[in-house]
Design a protein. Sequence first.
Lengths: 301, 99
Amino acid sequence: MKGFRIMLVLLMIIALPVAAAAQKAKTIDELATMYDASSCKSCHAEIYAAWEKSHHARPLMGVKGGLMLTPLALKKGEPGSTAFSEDSPKKMTVKNFPCFKCHLPQAVISAEDSVAVELAEALIAKDSAKVAKLQITCIVCHNTKAIIHKRELGEPEKGVLYGLKDVASHGDKTYTKVKKSAIMKDSVFCGQCHGLGPNLEFDQAFQCANLYGSYLHNYVSSGGTHTCQECHMPKVDGKADHLIAPNFNDDKGTSELLAKAINLDVQTIGYEWLRKAATYVPKIVVETKITTTAGHRIPDG
Amino acid sequence: MVVTAKSMDGKEIGKVEKHYHPQATNCRDTKERYGAQWKVANLRDTSLQPNKTKAETIEFELPAGVRAADVTVDLVYEDVNPDNKYPIHSITKRVSLDK
């Protein structure tokens, strides 16, 4: 009997952290900690540094310091509020932020509604520092979104990262193993968030990025063979660039990237147009041709 | 894209703008919307498409006495709002009616 009790206590001790891990985050800090990837930095410093400058590191911040989810947090009926707004930030839930589908996928599966309340209050208070804690970290792409064939392959495993190859022993305390992802090199991986078109699965339809739809229906259909990763994550010193350009906070870099992808040809002629007998109209004609090497419409997101 | 024609003394003869982007409404009225939280579906799409050339012909009639013009074509990317611009290309050509 004594042995049984000891076993029971031991089992409870082992089971406690597992149960805790299954719990959802109640605060922004808890959610940020749950998906914290700062330990990746020590071994993957260059990749981490590039990611820190990327839009993935500030998915709720918009461009140049904006807080793009603010309209959702406004009181219903207030100028600028949306169909997702409530009478009070206290009434906000995870479902009131459908943008989480892509801008913060971990919130959909790991956040209590109290996180939505805290976020709404932070947005109204223009508390950028708090909002900035919510990021699409390494864990989101390399675990949460790494498997799309869940009926065949199961859910992403705890303690496992997914990458381009198997790594039997990964030197991280939490993520001790790396498994090869079936899709990480493919455009469909990015397509999970970079949009097919209207999000019709919600009770209030809305449309964000159409990029993947454009890629499938206009680029692939016209013979395009490059993947998103080949163009947006080129190898830098042998490693995929996790800046995933463009970075719209970098004016010069964005202009250079656009100039590389878009060609403008301008031809001109000047002549005197004979509109009718003895009536010449001096005229110049400008012929412009824009071509692009992008694998999707421009602009899109 | 902004195409501007100026005479040799710098006076603007004409200016034409072309806007290339998908245009969406909320599908409840005919007003174009910006912001994912208000848009529902594209109504029109003038954006640059992969593997397709966007060609334009723009004509300017010259005022009496003007026989040459500088034509500038500015291709600019605007993000979030028209004030947030990323210049892409700027090409200027002098066009003369005299041989």
